[in-house]
Design a binder for this molecule. Sequence first.
Ligand code: AMP
Length: 402
Amino acid sequence: MSPSRVLVLNSGSSSVKYQLLDMRDHSRLATGLVERIGEQTSRLKHTALTTGDTREYNGPIADHQAALKAVAEELARDGLGLESTELAAIGHRVVHGGMFFTEPTVIDDAVLTEIERLIPVAPLHNPANLTGIRTAMALRPDLPQVAVFDTAFHTTMPESAARYAIDPKIADRLRIRRYGFHGTSHAYVSRATAGLLGKAPQELNVIVLHLGNGASASAVRGGRCVDTSMGLTPLEGLVMGTRSGDLDPAVIFHLERVGGMSMDEIDTLLNKRSGLFGLCGDNDMREIQRRIDEGDREARLAFDIYIHRLKKYIGAYYAVLGRVDAVAFTAGVGENAAAVRAAAVAGLEELGLAVDDGLNAVRGDAPRLISPASARVAVAVVPTDEELEIATQTYALVGKDD
Ligand code: AMP
């Protein structure tokens, strides 16, 4: 039998998330997370889904190399080691693929060089992704390693949506344009929404709302992205856990000129200390809802600002698409916060959008409709699965049939 397992690695600056999947039946064999790499208080949490065993290691893990070695050892303890002949490939999440990478790509030296060249537009993410890839390549040099890019799904956007209204010579020289992120999730969820409705993706226009700690919206026409809310970086668009999303660019001049802040301080303010957290001191929607229930006005205003922005994007993408067949909510907030879903479409009945309160209150892991049967536009909750999507794309590239 040909190898059918794919290890998915998502390497962040101080963390590595991983999942081992068997692509014959899409079953998950193991999953885990290494956090706080490089600190004294690193932690590895590993779960073998074959046995249900969970193991935790607390103590210093110096770097990504040590982290991946530790992961490999944990997998080996469950008989799932990286040396296994059943392993077909390793699939890596890479945040920024620029305009160069429109598809998942088998990694070679040229690909590594290009990912490296994109560091100026993804200074936080691409270096961490590269470290993960290089470490995995050193562990299994013979194995195909595939890069799956967060930006790839958005490369179909027309220039009218992707370009900012600035001098194209400056934009091209500095590679400034809308790239968009969370593309793996938008691709998976738009396809799964079509599946839920029993349609082919080509037949359907969908607005996907990926509402996690990071949040982005996309307009998907016939399976192809035509607009998305994140831009050159993940800062643009919706109100997020700690990112401001859209603001007048002149706010930045003002913070520097009048507020006396440095560019690094402004970067930190807008990326790490804004959004829901900046507005009310909490970025977890559960906590915000709890505070609202207790009558907290700061939390209420943060929620209202979040919803107002979300509604603006639904309206904007309705206009971009002309005809909308479905709106799909996904990620931590989108999948779990019924109040956010209800508030986001409240008052949009004229656009054919509504939620049924009973259906909206039902919890579950499966894709489901929450709009009334009579609604013109389907409103759905579609849990995202970026790891499965990365594994599927990786396996499609390298997997061989028996
Ligand atoms: P993600 O980035 O997709 O993992 O989403 C993380 C966010 O999902 C958290 O910050 C929470 O705000 C939100 N979240 C998770 N579970 C719930 C829940 N049961 N109700 C409301 N929000 C939730």
